[in-house]
Design a protein around this ligand. Structure first.
Ligand SMILES: Cc1cc2nc3c(=O)[nH]c(=O)nc-3n(C[C@H](O)[C@H](O)[C@H](O)COP(=O)(O)OP(=O)(O)OC[C@H]3O[C@@H](n4cnc5c(N)ncnc54)[C@H](O)[C@@H]3O)c2cc1C
Length: 252
Protein backbone atom coordinates (compact mmCIF):
# COMPACT_ATOMS: atom_id res chain seq x y z
CA UNK A 1 0.00 0.00 0.00
CA UNK A 2 2.88 2.33 0.86
CA UNK A 3 4.81 1.42 -2.27
CA UNK A 4 1.79 2.16 -4.43
CA UNK A 5 1.21 5.44 -2.54
CA UNK A 6 -2.26 4.28 -1.49
CA UNK A 7 -1.22 4.81 2.13
CA UNK A 8 1.21 7.23 3.73
CA UNK A 9 1.12 6.53 7.45
CA UNK A 10 2.74 8.99 9.82
CA UNK A 11 4.07 6.18 11.94
CA UNK A 12 4.94 2.53 11.31
CA UNK A 13 5.19 -0.07 14.08
CA UNK A 14 7.51 -2.92 13.13
CA UNK A 15 6.46 -6.08 14.97
CA UNK A 16 9.15 -8.25 13.34
CA UNK A 17 11.42 -8.20 16.39
CA UNK A 18 8.76 -9.39 18.84
CA UNK A 19 9.92 -12.87 19.86
CA UNK A 20 7.87 -16.06 19.77
CA UNK A 21 5.20 -15.00 17.28
CA UNK A 22 6.52 -17.07 14.36
CA UNK A 23 4.88 -20.33 15.39
CA UNK A 24 2.16 -22.48 13.99
CA UNK A 25 0.91 -25.56 15.77
CA UNK A 26 -1.98 -27.98 15.90
CA UNK A 27 -3.37 -28.70 19.36
CA UNK A 28 -4.67 -32.05 20.56
CA UNK A 29 -8.25 -31.04 19.66
CA UNK A 30 -7.16 -30.36 16.06
CA UNK A 31 -7.34 -26.55 16.29
CA UNK A 32 -4.67 -24.75 14.26
CA UNK A 33 -2.89 -21.76 15.82
CA UNK A 34 -0.83 -19.39 13.68
CA UNK A 35 1.25 -16.66 15.31
CA UNK A 36 1.37 -13.15 13.87
CA UNK A 37 4.88 -13.60 12.46
CA UNK A 38 4.39 -17.02 10.90
CA UNK A 39 5.25 -16.57 7.20
CA UNK A 40 3.28 -17.95 4.28
CA UNK A 41 6.37 -20.03 3.42
CA UNK A 42 6.31 -21.71 6.84
CA UNK A 43 2.73 -22.78 6.17
CA UNK A 44 3.55 -23.87 2.64
CA UNK A 45 6.28 -26.19 3.96
CA UNK A 46 4.35 -27.33 7.02
CA UNK A 47 4.09 -31.09 7.45
CA UNK A 48 1.45 -30.42 10.14
CA UNK A 49 -0.88 -28.71 7.69
CA UNK A 50 -0.09 -31.19 4.92
CA UNK A 51 -1.35 -34.05 7.04
CA UNK A 52 -4.03 -32.42 9.19
CA UNK A 53 -5.44 -29.23 7.68
CA UNK A 54 -6.12 -29.76 3.97
CA UNK A 55 -7.79 -26.43 3.13
CA UNK A 56 -4.90 -24.42 4.54
CA UNK A 57 -2.36 -26.78 2.98
CA UNK A 58 -4.00 -26.36 -0.44
CA UNK A 59 -3.98 -22.55 -0.24
CA UNK A 60 -0.49 -21.93 1.13
CA UNK A 61 1.47 -22.53 -2.12
CA UNK A 62 -0.99 -20.39 -4.11
CA UNK A 63 -0.48 -17.17 -2.14
CA UNK A 64 1.52 -14.71 -4.24
CA UNK A 65 5.03 -15.82 -5.28
CA UNK A 66 7.98 -17.32 -3.36
CA UNK A 67 9.50 -13.92 -2.55
CA UNK A 68 6.27 -12.59 -1.05
CA UNK A 69 5.65 -15.91 0.72
CA UNK A 70 9.03 -15.63 2.45
CA UNK A 71 8.06 -12.37 4.14
CA UNK A 72 4.26 -12.07 4.21
CA UNK A 73 2.20 -13.56 7.02
CA UNK A 74 -1.21 -15.14 7.30
CA UNK A 75 -2.16 -12.74 10.09
CA UNK A 76 -0.93 -9.73 8.09
CA UNK A 77 -2.96 -10.93 5.14
CA UNK A 78 -6.12 -11.13 7.28
CA UNK A 79 -5.47 -7.65 8.72
CA UNK A 80 -4.80 -6.28 5.23
CA UNK A 81 -8.41 -7.28 4.35
CA UNK A 82 -7.79 -7.38 0.63
CA UNK A 83 -10.86 -8.88 -1.10
CA UNK A 84 -8.35 -10.79 -3.22
CA UNK A 85 -6.44 -12.14 -0.22
CA UNK A 86 -6.41 -15.92 -0.23
CA UNK A 87 -6.12 -16.55 3.50
CA UNK A 88 -9.26 -14.65 4.45
CA UNK A 89 -11.46 -17.00 2.40
CA UNK A 90 -9.66 -20.01 3.79
CA UNK A 91 -10.12 -18.83 7.37
CA UNK A 92 -13.76 -17.89 6.71
CA UNK A 93 -14.36 -21.43 5.42
CA UNK A 94 -12.84 -22.79 8.63
CA UNK A 95 -14.92 -20.48 10.89
CA UNK A 96 -11.56 -18.96 11.82
CA UNK A 97 -10.84 -16.50 14.61
CA UNK A 98 -8.19 -13.95 15.41
CA UNK A 99 -6.94 -12.96 18.84
CA UNK A 100 -6.46 -9.19 19.10
CA UNK A 101 -4.43 -7.59 21.84
CA UNK A 102 -4.52 -3.95 22.93
CA UNK A 103 -4.29 -1.83 26.05
CA UNK A 104 -7.68 -3.12 27.22
CA UNK A 105 -6.58 -6.75 27.03
CA UNK A 106 -7.30 -9.53 24.57
CA UNK A 107 -10.42 -10.31 22.58
CA UNK A 108 -11.32 -12.93 20.03
CA UNK A 109 -12.90 -11.88 16.74
CA UNK A 110 -14.41 -14.18 14.12
CA UNK A 111 -12.67 -13.65 10.78
CA UNK A 112 -16.17 -13.18 9.30
CA UNK A 113 -16.51 -10.15 11.61
CA UNK A 114 -12.92 -8.93 11.26
CA UNK A 115 -13.20 -7.96 7.62
CA UNK A 116 -15.99 -5.51 6.95
CA UNK A 117 -14.97 -3.96 3.67
CA UNK A 118 -12.11 -3.61 1.22
CA UNK A 119 -8.95 -3.03 3.27
CA UNK A 120 -11.10 -2.38 6.35
CA UNK A 121 -11.21 -4.31 9.59
CA UNK A 122 -13.00 -4.03 12.89
CA UNK A 123 -9.68 -3.81 14.76
CA UNK A 124 -9.24 -0.75 16.97
CA UNK A 125 -6.33 1.51 16.03
CA UNK A 126 -4.41 0.38 19.12
CA UNK A 127 -4.94 -3.37 18.68
CA UNK A 128 -2.67 -5.91 17.02
CA UNK A 129 -3.59 -9.44 16.11
CA UNK A 130 -1.31 -11.89 17.86
CA UNK A 131 -2.76 -15.15 16.60
CA UNK A 132 -5.16 -16.64 14.06
CA UNK A 133 -7.03 -19.81 14.95
CA UNK A 134 -8.81 -22.43 12.89
CA UNK A 135 -11.05 -24.03 15.53
CA UNK A 136 -11.15 -27.76 16.22
CA UNK A 137 -12.87 -29.61 13.38
CA UNK A 138 -16.19 -31.35 14.08
CA UNK A 139 -15.06 -34.64 12.56
CA UNK A 140 -12.40 -35.53 10.01
CA UNK A 141 -11.37 -32.33 8.18
CA UNK A 142 -11.34 -32.27 4.39
CA UNK A 143 -11.32 -29.50 1.85
CA UNK A 144 -9.38 -27.59 -0.73
CA UNK A 145 -8.62 -24.25 -2.34
CA UNK A 146 -8.72 -23.43 -6.02
CA UNK A 147 -7.65 -20.15 -7.56
CA UNK A 148 -7.62 -18.76 -11.06
CA UNK A 149 -4.77 -16.32 -11.57
CA UNK A 150 -3.69 -14.67 -14.79
CA UNK A 151 -0.13 -15.80 -14.20
CA UNK A 152 1.62 -17.67 -11.41
CA UNK A 153 2.02 -15.41 -8.38
CA UNK A 154 -0.82 -13.08 -9.27
CA UNK A 155 -3.81 -12.18 -7.16
CA UNK A 156 -6.92 -14.26 -7.68
CA UNK A 157 -9.36 -13.56 -10.47
CA UNK A 158 -11.50 -15.98 -8.50
CA UNK A 159 -10.65 -18.20 -5.54
CA UNK A 160 -12.80 -20.69 -3.66
CA UNK A 161 -12.00 -22.25 -0.29
CA UNK A 162 -14.05 -25.23 0.84
CA UNK A 163 -13.79 -26.89 4.20
CA UNK A 164 -15.87 -29.90 5.21
CA UNK A 165 -15.75 -31.89 8.46
CA UNK A 166 -17.23 -35.36 8.36
CA UNK A 167 -18.05 -38.17 10.74
CA UNK A 168 -18.23 -41.23 8.54
CA UNK A 169 -20.21 -40.09 5.50
CA UNK A 170 -22.10 -37.36 7.29
CA UNK A 171 -21.02 -33.76 6.90
CA UNK A 172 -20.97 -32.26 10.39
CA UNK A 173 -19.70 -28.77 9.47
CA UNK A 174 -18.98 -26.98 6.23
CA UNK A 175 -17.67 -23.60 5.17
CA UNK A 176 -17.14 -21.94 1.79
CA UNK A 177 -15.15 -18.72 1.35
CA UNK A 178 -14.89 -16.75 -1.90
CA UNK A 179 -11.88 -14.69 -2.99
CA UNK A 180 -11.93 -11.77 -5.41
CA UNK A 181 -15.63 -11.76 -6.23
CA UNK A 182 -16.88 -8.93 -4.05
CA UNK A 183 -15.90 -5.86 -2.09
CA UNK A 184 -14.66 -8.11 0.69
CA UNK A 185 -14.18 -11.80 1.32
CA UNK A 186 -17.51 -13.59 0.99
CA UNK A 187 -18.75 -16.41 3.18
CA UNK A 188 -21.19 -18.51 1.14
CA UNK A 189 -23.16 -19.59 4.20
CA UNK A 190 -26.28 -20.92 2.45
CA UNK A 191 -24.18 -23.08 0.16
CA UNK A 192 -22.16 -24.47 3.08
CA UNK A 193 -25.21 -25.05 5.25
CA UNK A 194 -26.88 -27.08 2.52
CA UNK A 195 -24.11 -29.67 2.80
CA UNK A 196 -24.47 -30.24 6.54
CA UNK A 197 -26.37 -33.21 7.96
CA UNK A 198 -25.99 -35.70 5.14
CA UNK A 199 -23.41 -37.30 2.86
CA UNK A 200 -21.80 -35.46 -0.03
CA UNK A 201 -23.83 -36.40 -3.10
CA UNK A 202 -23.66 -35.08 -6.63
CA UNK A 203 -27.10 -33.47 -6.17
CA UNK A 204 -26.00 -31.70 -2.97
CA UNK A 205 -22.78 -30.59 -4.66
CA UNK A 206 -24.69 -29.18 -7.64
CA UNK A 207 -27.01 -27.21 -5.36
CA UNK A 208 -24.18 -25.95 -3.17
CA UNK A 209 -22.18 -24.86 -6.22
CA UNK A 210 -25.20 -22.93 -7.55
CA UNK A 211 -25.76 -21.24 -4.17
CA UNK A 212 -22.06 -20.34 -3.90
CA UNK A 213 -22.25 -18.72 -7.33
CA UNK A 214 -25.32 -16.76 -6.21
CA UNK A 215 -23.44 -15.53 -3.13
CA UNK A 216 -20.66 -14.08 -5.30
CA UNK A 217 -20.85 -10.36 -6.15
CA UNK A 218 -18.33 -10.14 -8.98
CA UNK A 219 -17.73 -7.14 -11.19
CA UNK A 220 -16.70 -7.13 -14.79
CA UNK A 221 -13.11 -5.91 -15.15
CA UNK A 222 -9.93 -6.59 -17.09
CA UNK A 223 -9.74 -10.05 -15.49
CA UNK A 224 -13.09 -11.22 -16.84
CA UNK A 225 -16.81 -10.62 -16.94
CA UNK A 226 -19.01 -10.91 -13.88
CA UNK A 227 -20.82 -13.92 -15.35
CA UNK A 228 -17.52 -15.67 -16.10
CA UNK A 229 -16.34 -15.17 -12.52
CA UNK A 230 -19.66 -16.37 -11.12
CA UNK A 231 -19.41 -19.46 -13.31
CA UNK A 232 -15.91 -20.12 -11.99
CA UNK A 233 -17.17 -20.00 -8.40
CA UNK A 234 -19.64 -22.73 -9.27
CA UNK A 235 -17.02 -24.82 -11.10
CA UNK A 236 -14.41 -24.53 -8.33
CA UNK A 237 -16.91 -25.32 -5.57
CA UNK A 238 -18.12 -28.35 -7.45
CA UNK A 239 -14.61 -29.47 -8.33
CA UNK A 240 -13.33 -29.36 -4.77
CA UNK A 241 -16.36 -31.17 -3.35
CA UNK A 242 -16.34 -33.82 -6.08
CA UNK A 243 -12.66 -34.37 -5.34
CA UNK A 244 -13.55 -35.05 -1.71
CA UNK A 245 -16.00 -37.78 -2.73
CA UNK A 246 -13.34 -39.31 -4.96
CA UNK A 247 -10.71 -39.27 -2.19
CA UNK A 248 -13.15 -40.86 0.22
CA UNK A 249 -13.95 -43.62 -2.29
CA UNK A 250 -10.26 -44.25 -2.91
CA UNK A 251 -9.58 -44.47 0.83
CA UNK A 252 -12.46 -46.97 1.40
C1 LIG B 1 3.62 -8.63 -5.33
C2 LIG B 1 2.62 -9.12 -4.33
C3 LIG B 1 1.75 -10.14 -4.69
C4 LIG B 1 0.83 -10.60 -3.76
N1 LIG B 1 -0.03 -11.61 -4.13
C5 LIG B 1 -0.91 -12.08 -3.23
C6 LIG B 1 -1.77 -13.16 -3.55
O1 LIG B 1 -1.78 -13.72 -4.64
N2 LIG B 1 -2.63 -13.60 -2.59
C7 LIG B 1 -2.67 -13.03 -1.35
O2 LIG B 1 -3.46 -13.47 -0.51
N3 LIG B 1 -1.86 -12.03 -1.00
C8 LIG B 1 -0.97 -11.55 -1.92
N4 LIG B 1 -0.13 -10.53 -1.55
C9 LIG B 1 -0.19 -9.99 -0.18
C10 LIG B 1 0.73 -10.78 0.69
O3 LIG B 1 0.15 -12.07 0.84
C11 LIG B 1 0.96 -10.26 2.13
O4 LIG B 1 1.01 -11.33 2.97
C12 LIG B 1 -0.08 -9.44 2.74
O5 LIG B 1 -0.14 -8.21 2.05
C13 LIG B 1 0.30 -9.12 4.20
O6 LIG B 1 1.66 -8.81 4.29
P1 LIG B 1 2.41 -8.74 5.69
O7 LIG B 1 2.11 -9.98 6.46
O8 LIG B 1 3.82 -8.37 5.44
O9 LIG B 1 1.64 -7.56 6.40
P2 LIG B 1 1.92 -6.01 6.21
O10 LIG B 1 2.06 -5.68 4.75
O11 LIG B 1 2.99 -5.59 7.11
O12 LIG B 1 0.56 -5.45 6.76
C14 LIG B 1 -0.61 -5.45 5.98
C15 LIG B 1 -1.67 -4.63 6.77
O13 LIG B 1 -2.08 -5.39 7.91
C16 LIG B 1 -1.71 -4.70 9.11
N5 LIG B 1 -1.14 -5.72 9.99
C17 LIG B 1 -0.16 -6.62 9.70
N6 LIG B 1 0.05 -7.43 10.76
C18 LIG B 1 -0.81 -7.04 11.71
C19 LIG B 1 -1.08 -7.52 13.03
N7 LIG B 1 -0.41 -8.53 13.57
N8 LIG B 1 -2.05 -6.88 13.76
C20 LIG B 1 -2.74 -5.83 13.23
N9 LIG B 1 -2.53 -5.35 11.98
C21 LIG B 1 -1.57 -5.95 11.23
C22 LIG B 1 -0.70 -3.63 8.72
O14 LIG B 1 -0.79 -2.52 9.57
C23 LIG B 1 -1.16 -3.30 7.31
O15 LIG B 1 -2.25 -2.41 7.34
C24 LIG B 1 0.79 -10.05 -2.46
C25 LIG B 1 1.68 -9.02 -2.12
C26 LIG B 1 2.59 -8.57 -3.02
C27 LIG B 1 3.54 -7.48 -2.60
Amino acid sequence: MIKLRFASPEMLVDINEIPDLGYHRIDADGSVHVGALCRHADLERSSLLATRQPTMAAAAPLVADPIVRNRGTLVGSLCHADPQGDWASVMVSLDGLVVAQGPRGRRTIAVKELVHGPFQTTLAYDEVVVEAIAPAPKGAPAGGYLKLERRVGDFATVGVAVSVDRTGDEVTRAGIGLTGVGGSTISADDAAQLLVGGPLTSDAIGEAAALAAQAAQPRTDHRGSASYKRHLVSVFTSRILTGLIRSQEEAA
